[in-house]
Design a binder for this molecule. Structure first.
Ligand SMILES: Cc1cc2nc3c(=O)[nH]c(=O)nc-3n(C[C@H](O)[C@H](O)[C@H](O)COP(=O)(O)OP(=O)(O)OC[C@H]3O[C@@H](n4cnc5c(N)ncnc54)[C@H](O)[C@@H]3O)c2cc1C
Length: 394
């Protein structure tokens, strides 16, 4: 294995009802920035390659090019109309190893091409599943839920990877992941085994990326790119599972028609039942919908059956594992501000947080931070809102 075996960054694009998902555009934006720096630093011409699977999706490649892709590999086939993991995994793995495709992306690099250097998936329910199965198929590693990427040349000494000797790993993707509610950052590397006793390559260096973290590039309709049509190869076996019908079930928890969302987290812990009642009262004054953090959906407290089944439910979770909201006012009560939660609410117009810990990460995300316990602060808010309403009505 040599460095020239791996080229480009491949981004697995998701779309729904003819529209590319925001996270896919965000990944392309970040890949564009990353590869522009990369090509400058290493005097190379590696590309941002979008991989698009679906049926009747011929309109979408141009959108991807306008948002920063150099090339789009488009597999447009009736069998790819709806996502079936086994088929999608197979086709993505085919595309990732196809030298003919690589020759259309950049002829100069095609002869030696084995696999993409880097590969990005969205860290949503589809991308998380697909990233795991594709990387298993390609026998490489995967870092999940990443929110920062850096390309660096690193000196590594490792018993298995380098046989205990210091070796330089060029063009290594440092994949940063927020852990323990964002209190700790883990850097994940996907390194080839260069130890002569156990050589093995681990490329692509792949990750799934948290939605809402990276910025979408302003679309440029004059941008030029290459569209590569790919005809997938299926076996009879692959097509055994058929999708006969598909319905998108809308959630009963409607966030969109409310101007305010009041969300609560583990900070309700001291007296969950009473605190949730307080939050309910506040939400009612604001005509707000109620959201929660992910740990609350696991029902960590003992509360009445009504509170439990009304509020501590997955449908109310805000964040990468739940819903994305952008109300005029978002109140984060007893929420620390983990990245996974923030990405579901950071587009809110005005954010108020109530938390006794002035070092909580939510402080960096809000417009108003009220340092205090919810038990003390919410009653003051409720009283003040009622007073203000009377003034308006008078
Ligand atoms: C793959 C993955 C996906 C995830 N997806 C999501 C997701 O979609 N959404 C999500 O929310 N999380 C998600 N998480 C979990 C996330 O990382 C955090 O663990 C979680 O958001 C923390 O929830 P919290 O803020 O309620 O709890 P904590 O982090 O425990 O914070 C509780 C806060 O309450 C404050 N507090 C304590 N007492 C009071 C009081 N009396 N009054 C007011 N405040 C008080 C504390 O100071 C603290 O800041 C995910 C994690 C992983 C690994």
């Amino acid at each position: 294995m040599t460095d020239g075996d791996y080229r480009h960054v491949y981004i697995i694009v998701e779309h729904e009802e003819g529209k590319i998902l925001q996270v896919s555009l965000e990944m392309i934006g970040e890949a564009r920035r990353m590869m522009d720096d990369f090509n400058k630093k290493y005097s190379s011409k590696e590309k941002v390659v979008a991989v698009l699977l679906g049926y009747n999706v011929k309109e979408l490649p141009n959108v991807l090019i306008q948002h920063g892709a150099d090339a789009v590999v488009c597999a447009d086939n009736p069998e790819l109309n709806h996502l079936r993991n086994t088929i999608y995994t197979k086709v993505i793995a085919q595309i990732a190893q196809d030298r003919e495709i690589a020759s259309k992306i950049e002829l100069e690099y095609a002869q030696q091409f084995k696999r993409p250097r880097y590969m990005f998936f969205g860290a949503d329910s589809i991308g998380r599943h697909l990233s795991a199965t594709v990387m298993a198929q390609l026998e490489s590693g995967l870092a999940s839920d990443i929110n920062k990427l850096v390309v660096a040349d690193l000196q590594i000494t490792h018993q298995n990877k380098t046989g205990g000797k210091p070796l330089t790993y060029e063009k290594t993707l440092e994949m940063y992941r927020p852990d323990f509610s964002g209190f700790l950052w883990t850097t994940i590397l996907c390194l080839d085994n260069k130890n002569p006793a156990m050589q093995k390559d681990y490329h692509p260096q792949a990750c799934s990326i948290i939605p809402g973290v990276f910025e979408v590039i302003h679309p440029d309709s004059t941008r030029q790119g290459t569209i590569i049509e790919y005809t997938p190869k299926f076996d009879e076996q692959d097509l055994r599972v058929k999708i006969i019908d598909r319905k998108i079930i809308k959630s009963e928890i409607d966030f969109d028609s409310h101007k305010a969302v009041v969300s609560f987290g583990r900070g309700v812990k001291d007296s969950p039942e009473q605190n949730i009642k307080l939050i309910e009262e506040l939400a009612s004054e604001l005509d707000a919908q109620i959201g929660i953090t992910l740990p609350l959906s696991k029902r960590p407290f003992s509360v009445s059956q009504t509170v439990d089944s009304t509020y501590l439910i997955p449908d109310r979770v805000i964040g990468i594992s739940g819903r994305k909201v952008s109300p005029k006012v978002y109140m984060a009560i007893g929420i620390s501000g983990a990245m996974q939660h923030i990405s579901g609410m950071r587009d809110s117009e005005f954010i108020v947080a109530i938390n006794p810990d002035e070092n909580a990460s939510i402080r960096d995300e809000c417009d108003v931070f009220v340092k205090g316990r919810m038990e003390d602060v919410i009653p003051i808010f409720i009283e003040e809102i009622r007073k203000q309403k009377q003034v308006v009505q008078a």
